[in-house]
Design a protein around this ligand. Structure first.
Ligand code: F6P
Length: 404
């Protein structure tokens, strides 16, 4: 009797860790007595023409630390029309019938669909049509509900943090403003986390309205303290103060965000007459080897997805609620975007350190242009002004050093 089979595919934009999921699923399948087949180019390989390869321990050896996906992926094509449950576009029933026939004919007991919001919305439609699927959340944007982390995010912020470290030294040498544009679509997770890890001075994200006045104000504030360079991190999906998103117009396709970094830099330079440069990180954030965290998460996701199939829990998606990996119905993950909480602890911690979000938050104004820090004398003012306190500590340390 032929072995039972599990299918797997990777869909949507790629990210580091996809191969680790594939490897995790193949190894687990094999332990549990299942064969594994991998469909090529995301959902496209499921129908007309059906394209797949047999996945074995042998041909998945050595892929744990490889970026990209050995199965290929696409965020275009016949299965890309659906963008989430709230804004749902029904898949062509002929496609659904075709996929069901493929799954039946190949004897696939369950299909592991690895993807982001749009791809999981497709998986949800498969589920409703009676095709046995489970989901694995993937995206560098980390914007999926029902999971604390998607794999790929940690690798993306590692890349962005590294870029900030590099920009820091050149910004300091030339006393320039450096604007780093990062990805993330309509969520500011990448900008926020990389901004904190890389010592960004200004972080602009979609979840917090900001103004050029406040951005410039922060830059001037730093200058007044002798810090003649500033690192600005801007999320591609941050809205301009007039409310507009910056994107490439693409007829009939989902808007491709990007370009805000250049606009922010030009406006800072115009207002402050200070040399300003932009770096756009783009797809570098999606390439290369996954970080340790992403390897562990992706491996667990692959193993857990197979267990869901074995247990017949179709329509579920694996998820991570630290410290455990578990599962939730796919429908709970795809119906809303998970954005940064503007009052969350990460934003608050950044503010406490003096990071500006380009908005006028009480307390932040208290940091601003003080010709004579000694004049700030009331307890209330000093309490509001965390950076001032740090400055005092720094000045005291410098003085002590000078006297030693
Ligand atoms: O969703 C992942 C992501 O990298 C976004 O951060 C970005 O806006 C988009 O995909 C880019 O898509 P593409 O690879 O089609 O240019």
């Amino acid at each position: 009797m032929s072995k039972k089979r599990i299918g797997i595919l990777t869909s949507g934009g790629d990210c580091p860790g996809l191969n680790a999921v594939i490897r995790g699923a193949v190894k687990t399948s094999s332990q549990l007595g299942y064969e594994c087949v991998g469909f090529l180019k995301g959902y496209e390989g499921l129908y007309d023409p059906v394209r797949y390869i047999n996945l074995t321990q042998k041909n998945t050896t050595g892929i744990l630390n490889q970026g990209g996906t050995i199965l290929g992926s696409t965020n275009k094509g016949r299965f890309a029309a659906t963008v989430g449950v709230a804004d749902r576009v029904e898949l062509d029933p002929e496609l659904l019938e075709g996929v069901k026939t493929t799954v039946d004919q190949l004897g696939i007991e369950g299909l592991v669909c690895v993807g982001g919001d749009g791809s999981l919305a497709v998986a949800q439609q498969f589920h409703e049509f009676g095709i046995p699927v489970v989901g694995v959340p993937k995206t560098i944007d980390n914007d999926l509900s029902a999971t604390a982390f998607t794999f790929g995010f940690d690798s993306a912020i590692d890349c962005a943090t590294n870029a900030l470290d590099r920009l820091h030294t050149t910004a300091a040498s030339h006393e320039r403003i450096m604007v780093l544009e990062v990805m993330g679509r309509h969520a500011g997770w990448i900008a926020l986390h990389a901004g904190i890890a890389g010592g960004g001075d200004v972080i602009l994200i979609p979840e917090i309205s900001w103004t050029f006045e406040d951005v410039c104000h922060k830059i001037l504030d730093r200058e007044s303290k002798g810090k003649r360079f500033t690192l600005v991190v801007v999320a591609e999906g941050a809205e301009l103060p007039d409310g507009g998103l910056v994107s490439e117009d693409r007829q009939g396709a989902q808007a491709r965000l990007g370009g805000i970094g250049q606009i922010v830099a030009a406006e800072i330079e115009r207002r402050l007459l200070k040399e300003t440069r932009t770096a756009v990180l783009g797809h570098l954030q999606r390439g290369g080897a996954p970080t340790t965290f992403d390897r562990v998460l992706a491996t667990q996701y692959g193993a857990h997805a197979v267990r869901l199939i074995v247990e017949g829990r179709f329509g579920d998606m694996v998820c991570y609620h630290p410290p455990e990996v578990g599962s939730v119905p796919i429908i709970e993950a795809v119906n809303k975007l998970r954005q940064v909480d503007p009052n969350g602890s990460a934003v608050q911690a950044a503010r406490a350190l003096g990071v500006s979000f380009g908005d006028q938050v009480a307390g932040e104004r208290a940091f601003t242009i003080r010709a004579e820090p000694a004049e700030v004398s009331t307890a209330e003012e000093i309490e509001l002004d965390a950076e001032f306190v740090l400055d005092l500590a720094e000045a005291a340390a410098e003085e002590a050093l000078a006297q030693s």
